[in-house]
Structure formats: structure tokens, C-alpha cells
Design a protein around this ligand. Structure first.
Ligand code: URA
Length: 417
């Protein structure tokens, strides 16, 4: 391992045998954290060639189980992945839309951490809903409802779990080859026909600028091509929270409302269309056909029916979608008011995500429990004129009575000029 760290430090290209040695050895516990951390840091500084990245990703994939969902489902299937954001409820909208258009969406998702939310946590706000389901139940639900969402198991790329935990504490998260191999190993191991990546940029994203997001998207797309898999990267803004709701039950409500045809916030509406169209195109639709089909799935109510069916099959109460109080009514509420009059020029996503986390909507550490009712409803956003004392947001929680930490974070997130 010492010589391989040195090789990477000199910027040389590793062979498949060498990446296998590193990934396998670290996953098995034969390579200590200190050496792996040094290797990851060398990757941060020197990057990886496409060949090397493919090998490293391959080495990661084979530490776990590899699925062929296309074969198991017997039809076209697409997967979608977001690099993580605040208020990102897109899977809850796009998976049912695409399913209603006749394309399977088998989704294995992770939990949220820090300021970003996770689809699993959002779905678990629905009473009874289970995401720790067997593979058989997962396939059965996808076939019946058109889509299903299950928690990633330890069998899916175990190397990523271990490497990600080390990256998290060694300042080696935001390296393009490390992010690309982490995301794509999990996506490629599940064998969907098409992969749509929602690559976020801006304050609340890993990639702070659009150029970084573009490079990450292109790197992932090239990697998928080497596996003969279609992959489309959609770049989207995460400088402010997506939509009006941040928090688990709140985001389920916002997603269900869009599927019911209620007026949605323009950013959610636009991104959900971009993503569902990209997913349908990757399954063989032409663009115009995809736009029409996605819109019809919502206006006909068929996408909502898909969501209800999936919730039911995953043991949840589908009535929660049309009657959100069934997900719990927050015990404590506080209004966040404009400290002065003017125009809102920023509503920083990361600080808002952290504010929601401190209300109980997210996890500081991986074992924290979630308060499904907690979160933030955004009433006024970037570009809006507000008067001093006017409500900008409502903070909700059932677990936190003193909301001063979150309020202070919102003070830092919101700029009024
Ligand atoms: N999402 C992942 O799964 N891995 C990363 O490294 C970053 C985002």
C-alpha cells in the first residue's frame, strides 16, 4: 500500500490489479484508515485518468452484489440520482410520473446527512411506510406500481460505505473522481438501462459552481459509457432551497400537491419536467413525446395513483398523500419575520438545510433520529419584496421548543437589500 500511495502521490496511473488491491484490502480491513486516507488525499490532488477511474469504480462494484434489474423486471428501467440538496423532493414526483408513462423506476436510496435530505427519510414520514424491504418485495412493487424505493443494503457496494465514511472525516469528499466513483458504482451495480443524474451546483451542493457540476456530470457520463450504459446529466441550481418546503412530511405534501395538479413553485415544476423528460428519453421516448407523456401523467392523475399504489405496497397509508395531517401535526411553530424592508437577494440553501436539521428534520450524525413533522415552509423567496415584520418562513418541530439556533441560521441565510 505504501508504494501505491507513493505512486498516486507522483501522479501516476494505477492498474486494475492495484485499484483492486486498495479497494478490496480496505473493505476487508487489511489496509488501515491512515493509509487509505493518504491515498484518498493523493487522489484529491492528482485526480484520476478515465481508465483509472473505470478501474477504481469496477473494483468498488465487485466488493458487493451486482444486480440486473432490466432482466429481473423484463422491461425498460431507468434510475435517477441527485447529488444532494435542500428541499429536493424530485424522486417523489418524477418516479411516479415516469412509472405512469410505462417505464420502470427501481430506486435504491440512501438516507440524508447534514444539511441535505434523503428520499428514504421523506418517505418514512408516511405512517407505516417501510423501505427496508427484501429484494423480492422490491421487484414485486416495481412491477405492480411501476416504481419502488428501498434503502440501500450493505450488499450494494460495501466499499463505498467505508470509503465515504473516511472521506467525510478527512476532507476528501469533494474530489470529482471520488464523487463519480461513489455515485456511479452504486448506479452501475444495479443495472438500470438508463441513468439520469441531477447534478446540483451552488451554495447547498458539493459543487459550488456550475463549471464543477458540468465536469462532474461529464465524468459520470463518460464512466457510464464505458459500461455501455446511457447516462444523462441534468445540471440544476442549489443556491437556494428547491420549492417551498424543507423537511420530510412537508416535502411529501409538496410533491403530492404537484401530482394533484395544484399550483407548484416554478423551480420545482421546471426541474421535475426536465428530469422526467430526461428519464423518459433515456428509456427511448423522443423528446416531444416525453414532454407530452409527462404532462399527461400529472393532469390525468395517473402519476398520483402510482405514488398511492407504491405507498400502499410498501405498507404505508396512502391517505397521507391527500390528508397530510396523517403524517403528524407539528407541536411547535414559529414565524420567521423580515428583519427589515427590501428585496430578498439570497436564501442560502446550506444554512436553510442546517436550520431544518436543527429543528429535527435531518441528522447531524448518521445515528440521529428524525422528527418527520419538522422543517421549514418558505413563504417568500429570492426576488420577493418584503416589508419589515412580514412573515418570510414558518419553522415547524415536534421535538425542539427553542428554535433560536435555526432562527439564527435563517438570519444568516436570508439577505434583504
Ligand atoms: N453522493 C454519493 O453517493 N457519493 C458522493 O461521494 C457524493 C454524493
Amino acid at each position: 500500500m505504501y508504494s501505491l500511495i507513493m505512486k498516486k502521490r507522483r501522479g501516476e496511473e494505477l492498474t486494475l490489479e492495484e485499484t483492486d488491491f486498495i479497494v478490496r484490502g480496505y473493505t476487508a480491513g487489511d489496509i488501515p484508515d491512515a493509509q487509505m486516507a493518504a491515498f484518498l488525499m493523493a487522489v484529491c490532488f492528482n485526480g484520476m485518468t478515465d481508465e483509472e477511474l473505470t478501474q477504481f469504480t469496477d473494483s468498488m462494484i465487485i466488493t458487493g452484489k451486482v444486480y440486473d434489474l432490466h432482466d429481473e423486471l423484463g422491461g425498460p428501467c431507468v434510475d435517477k440520482h441527485s447529488t444532494g440538496g435542500v428541499g429536493d423532493k424530485m424522486t417523489l414526483i418524477d418516479a411516479p410520473i415516469v412509472a405512469a408513462c410505462g417505464v420502470y423506476v427501481p430506486k435504491m436510496s440512501g438516507r440524508g446527512l447534514g444539511h441535505t435530505g434523503g428520499t428514504i427519510d421523506k418517505l418514512r414520514a408516511i405512517p407505516g411506510l417501510v423501505t427496508d424491504i427484501s429484494h423480492e418485495e422490491f421487484i414485486h412493487t416495481v412491477k405492480a406500481a411501476g416504481f419502488a424505493v428501498m434503502s440501500q443494503t450493505d450488499e450494494l457496494v460495501p466499499a463505498d460505505r467505508k470509503i465515504y465514511a473516511l472521506r467525510d472525516v478527512t476532507a476528501t469528499v469533494d474530489s470529482i473522481p471520488l464523487i463519480a466513483s461513489s455515485i456511479m458504482s452504486k448506479k452501475l451495480a444495479t443495472g438500470a438501462d438508463g441513468i439520469v443524474l441531477d447534478v446540483k451546483y451552488g451554495d447547498g451542493a458539493f459543487m459550488k459552481d456550475i463549471e464543477g457540476a458540468r465536469i462532474l456530470g461529464e465524468t459520470c457520463t463518460r464512466l457510464a459509457k464505458r459500461y455501455r450504459r446511457g447516462c444523462t446529466a441534468v445540471l440544476s441550481d442549489m443556491s437556494k432551497p428547491l420549492g417551498r418546503m424543507v423537511g420530510n412530511a412537508l416535502e411529501v405534501r409538496e410533491a403530492a400537491e404537484l401530482l394533484m395538479g395544484k399550483a407548484a413553485s416554478p423551480d420545482v415544476e421546471a426541474l421535475s419536467e426536465r428530469l422526467s423528460v430526461a428519464m423518459l428519453v433515456s428509456a427511448g421516448f423522443d423528446r416531444d413525446e416525453a414532454v407530452a407523456a409527462a404532462r399527461e401523467a400529472v393532469t390525468s392523475g395517473r402519476a398520483l395513483e402510482r405514488l398511492e399504489h407504491m405507498v400502499e405496497l410498501q405498507h404505508g397509508d396512502p391517505r397521507a398523500l391527500t390528508d397530510p395531517d396523517r403524517m403528524g401535526v407539528p407541536r411547535y411553530t414559529e414565524r420567521y419575520k423580515a428583519p427589515r424592508s427590501g428585496r430578498i437577494t439570497t436564501f442560502a440553501a446550506e444554512k436553510t438545510g442546517l436550520a431544518a436539521m436543527y429543528l429535527g428534520a435531518g441528522r447531524r450524525t448518521i445515528n440521529d433520529t428524525i422528527d418527520p413533522t419538522a422543517g421549514i415552509e418558505i413563504l417568500r423567496t429570492v426576488g420577493d419584496e418584503v416589508r419589515e415584520g412580514e412573515d418570510i418562513a414558518i419553522l415547524y418541530s415536534s421535538s425542539v421548543t427553542d428554535m433560536s439556533v435555526s432562527t439564527k441560521l435563517l438570519d444568516e441565510a436570508v439577505t434583504i437589500q
